[in-house]
Design a binder for this molecule. Structure first.
Ligand code: CS2
Length: 484
């Protein structure tokens, strides 16, 4: 039974004057509202500046409908292991719904006061091929957008809005991607320039010379808000907030300090004043975070789900799973990359374990398991590749991939159906179903070249078949115990 929302209580409301907008944010989900929006609000409080945020939902009107009646303010509930704190976030000034009114979104992005367009559109929102990083020109939204001035995809919105700015003599905005992708700035830059080249080569040249696409590493665990959370918060505050966010205390944001020069000191909020690490090169931070956090998150999501655990905290409360994830860090992930300067990776791993174990954060394995086809390359396959090149095996990561293969087959180890959410879910399920023996299933899934580099697929195939068979026959815990 879904919890009944306390709609009769007074709504949360704005306490001050709304800031003037300087940012358009594409993909206004819980993560950005619990991370970037809070940093930006704090930066405005510390050093001023007009950095209010116009949020854009690309598809659904839900966020706008929830936030508009409360003047776009919402509560951020920080859940520590021993207690919680509440704050009201007032940095969002408006929410637009691209599907309903794409022109309003373009107009906002092309207006002179906007100097940054930030994004959390998830991995699949870039419409690229995860294995190669290139724009996927066969993507239906890209086919549509190349042919129409009114876009539906995020690359389409970025390019068409930049085109409008160029045509009106404005400098470009800085594109600030906040998705968990490796070298995310470079990736979105390539995608935008590739797209622009297909519609207007002069535009592509202008973006290449004047556009700025800093890479970023973002980190904060933000589980999806559930109806029960909304009810519990209302009982505490006696106000109704239709869209609160729940998050852990930890946060980190490393950003390359490379914003559009034409705006001078007005090019970005004073992020350094609020603890954002402004760096020359974010790559080592991204490696660390994507491999150590997101890589193990995905491994625990598939294995934890198949072992019957609902959340990450429940998963790592099982000593077998705890030993598994600690040994993944020590034996397979830490040796695979060069850390950022002065970072102790063992300490980072211990801190991650405590974050996972925080029982107040109910982060579902099923939520993290979503979109695995878009996540595996940067979270797990790169680590595997580097280990193979260094002559090391990665049995723990191999077992995680085998678990993903069972998961996307759509049936758990007890024969129950799994609600698989992934842009390739139909294809993956069909490939798995068409093969009968485990060896054929593994081979068919490894053949999906949007995910797997085929040289790598060949090298890891036999180990994956063994892991797939063992997981299916003995179950997750026995296999992980034997790995220890
Ligand atoms: C998670 C991330 O859902 C997922 O795939 O791994 O959202 C993770 O919680 C964040 O990247 C933490 O910063």
């Amino acid at each position: 039974m879904p919890a009944e929302l306390p709609t009769k209580l007074p709504r949360v409301s704005r306490t001050g004057v709304a800031p003037r907008s300087g940012i358009v944010h594409l993909g206004l989900g819980a993560f950005f509202r619990a991370h970037g929006a809070i940093y930006i609000e704090e930066a405005m409080a510390a050093s001023g500046g007009d950095w209010g945020i116009i949020g854009v939902s690309l598809q659904s009107p839900r966020m706008r409908d929830q936030l508009a009646p409360q003047d776009f303010v919402y509560t951020a509930q920080e859940l520590g292991p021993n207690g919680e704190t509440l704050r009201q976030v007032e940095a969002i000034t408006d929410v637009l719904v691209a599907r309903e009114d794409p022109q309003a979104v373009l107009d906002a992005m092309a207006s002179p006061e906007i100097r940054i367009v930030s994004l959390t559109v998830t991995e699949k929102g870039y419409c690229h091929d995860p294995a190669s990083g290139q724009l996927n020109k066969d993507h239906p939204d890209i086919i549509h957008d190349l042919d129409s001035e009114i876009p539906v995809s995020s690359p389409g919105f970025l390019v068409r809005a930049l085109q409008l700015r160029r045509d009106t003599g404005l400098p470009p905005f800085t594109v600030l991607t906040c998705d968990n992708l490796p070298e995310n700035g470079k990736l979105v830059r390539n995608i935008v320039i590739e797209f622009a080249n297909l519609i207007d080569t002069d535009l592509a040249k202008w973006i290449e010379s004047d556009g700025r696409f800093p890479s970023t590493m973002v980190d904060r665990i933000v589980p999806a808000t559930k109806p029960e959370d909304i009810v519990a918060l209302a009982e505490k505050t006696e106000f109704f907030d239709a869209a609160p966010v729940l998050h852990e205390p930890f946060r980190q944001w490393a950003v390359e300090d490379d914003f559009v020069e034409a705006y001078g000191a007005e090019a970005r909020p004073d992020l350094a004043a609020v603890g954002v690490e402004l760096v020359q090169d974010v790559t080592p931070y991204e490696h660390m975070k994507l491999r150590m956090l997101n890589g193990t998150h995905s491994a625990l999501a598939y294995l934890g789900y198949l072992a019957g655990y609902e959340t990450i905290a429940e998963t790592v409360a099982d000593p077998v799973m705890a030993t598994y994830v600690k040994s993944l860090w020590r034996r397979e992930i830490i040796p695979s990359f060069t850390p950022p300067p002065e970072v102790d990776l063992s300490a980072y791993a211990s801190a991650l374990f405590k974050r996972y174990a925080n029982p107040s954060i109910r982060h579902r394995t099923w939520q993290i398991a979503m979109d695995g086809s878009q996540k595996l390359p940067q979270r797990i396959l790169g680590t595997l590749r580097d280990n193979l090149d260094a002559g090391h095996q990665s049995p723990g990561l191999g077992t995680a991939i085998a678990a993903w293969m069972i998961y996307v087959g759509g049936t758990d180890l007890n024969g129950a159906p799994i609600d698989v959410r992934d842009p390739l879910s139909e294809k993956l399920a069909a490939l798995s179903a068409a093969a009968s023996a485990p060896g054929e299933k593994v081979a068919a899934l490894l053949g999906v070249d949007q995910i797997f580099n085929q040289d790598l697929a060949e090298e890891i195939g036999l180990d994956l078949v063994a892991a797939y068979i063992l997981l299916s026959a003995d179950g997750v815990r026995t296999v992980l115990e034997d790995l220890a």
